[in-house]
Design a protein around this ligand. Structure first.
Ligand code: EPZ
Length: 429
């Protein structure tokens, strides 16, 4: 199993290219199941989760071709996928695959909408909480799908197609909103989705679906209206930049000091997180090339933050902010309101010398002068990267174990950081 060795204390200076967003790429790839024509996705990041979803879609009969490199392209340019679901050969998504990546459950929506039936394994628990799928099932049910749960599988049937309806989410859910939009796109009649998630990745997927011929309005707001169409076509779409990768490198340079240009980043995708960094005393400048984040000399001020659905502070940056606040000059408070158990990084940060107290959904972080390197490991993607951020500023050497979590969501992390001065290397095996 690969490990990452970091020797802390180097400032970060230079440019980091931001990749396409993982959490837009996954539903966009799944949306290819809605049409028998080819969907071309550009700026797709090279990530383990993208590779795994390619395998899962392959199991349904989807063909995926990756374009070769064009002259002038760098190692950091995203890939272009040509995805064709002309022949769906299997409408079952088995446990062995769905249990490895929760978002693959979302195939249930395009499969039942286009094929009239889907049999998808329940995803099961995961390291950041129980994460049920009841609201995704509710949405499909509201569009007329018959639902049966049988031996760990959700079976959704709509032999005569889905019908438009009214879906009102009692809680904001990203996966529920993706599922509702995809299913409603091919339903007969109009669907109104209330209390929809407003994450930028929802708007990006809706934008792509509209290019495919769907009629979706209001994506990016809490009320989305979808007028169903009988069929969708192929299209070409460029994945938006990854706001969580952007926020992660912004926290990294805030931690080490230095000056980074986060190339291609779009500030409006993570305004809440950038505001928190400004409050902490970090300099943030929006330029034509991206977002510049710098901290030179001054100490970090503590902050009080609660995670919330977009446009609030994202849960996917909570662990990284906590790593940063371990070295603030004072006491910070972070409340995690989205997932009940997303604090797996706390004990590992404590191993590096952080002072953190947990009380239910609230973490109190007392800033320390300096962290000290130690061997650490983590159980999810964002927790792992928070340990990398802490290690970049810690005295001495930190070995981060279980690097496969990082590979799920951060493209060439160690290359991007070492190009900007970090002492970071991957140790294979
Ligand atoms: C998406 O997960 C993201 N995943 C997550 O990113 C992200 O943390 C999360 O949204 C919140 O922003 C992808 O986009 C692939 P939810 P999702 O449905 O859709 C509860 C990362 O690190 N809920 O918005 O699964 C749920 O338990 C990942 O990249 C129900 O109760 O999250 C949670 O408390 C991890 N019933 C809340 O809603 C349901 O049926 C929000 O979850 C569905 C969700």
């Amino acid at each position: 199993m690969d490990r990452i060795r970091i020797t802390g204390g180097q400032r970060l200076n230079g440019t980091i290219p931001i990749s396409g967003a993982k959490n837009a790429t996954l539903p966009l790839m799944i949306a290819s199941l809605l049409t028998d024509q080819t969907l071309i996705l550009e700026n797709v990041p090279r990530l383990a989760d993208v590779g795994l979803l390619q395998r899962i879609l392959g199991n349904h009969g989807v063909d995926i071709m990756v374009s070769g490199k064009r002259p002038g392209e760098t190692a950091y340019d995203g890939q272009t996928l040509h995805i064709s679901a002309a022949n769906v050969i299997d409408t079952t998504a088995p446990y062995e695959l769905v249990s490895r990546m929760r978002a693959s459950f979302w195939v249930i929506a395009p499969l039942v909408a286009r094929m009239g039936e889907a049999r998808v394994s329940m995803p099961g628990g995961c390291a950041i909480g129980t994460r049920p799928v009841d609201l995704l099932i509710m949405a499909l049910n509201d569009l007329g799908a018959e639902i049966e749960i049988d031996r760990g599988y959700v079976i959704a049937r709509a032999r005569k197609g889905l019908t438009g309806g009214s879906i009102s989410f009692p809680k904001v859910t990203v996966g529920g909103t993706h599922t509702a939009i995809m299913a409603a796109s091919l339903a007969r009649g109009t669907t109104v989705i209330e209390n929809a998630a407003r994450e930028p990745e929802i708007a990006d997927v809706a934008d792509c679906l509209n290019k495919m011929g769907a009629k979706i309005s209001g994506a990016g707001t809490a009320r989305i209206v979808v007028e169903g169409v009988p069929r969708l076509n192929g299209a070409r779409h460029r994945v938006l930049p990854d706001r969580i990768e952007t926020g992660t490198y912004a926290m990294a340079v805030a931690m080490t000091g230095g000056d980074l240009l986060l190339e291609n980043a779009r500030a409006e995708l993570l305004q809440a997180a950038l505001n928190v960094l400004c409050q902490a005393g970090v300099e943030v400048t929006v330029t034509n090339a991206g977002v510049r984040v710098a901290r030179n000399g001054a100490g970090l001020s503590p902050v009080e933050v609660a995670t919330a659905p977009f446009p609030g502070f994202p849960t996917d940056l909570q662990a990284q902010l906590m790593a940063l606040m371990t070295c603030a000059q004072g006491t910070s408070q972070i409340r995690e309101t989205i997932f009940e158990n997303r604090f797996m990084h706390v004990q590992e940060l404590v191993r590096l010398g952080a002072r953190i107290r947990l009380d239910g959904e609230r973490a109190t972080i007392e800033g320390v002068e300096r962290l000290k390197g130690a061997p650490v490991m983590a159980t999810d993607l964002r927790a792992s990267v928070s340990l990398v951020i802490a290690a970049l500023a810690a005295e001495g050497e930190t070995m981060v174990n279980r690097v496969y979590h990082l590979d799920r969501g951060f493209e060439r992390l160690e290359d991007k950081l070492s190009a900007c001065g970090a002492a970071i290397e991957r140790i294979s095996g």
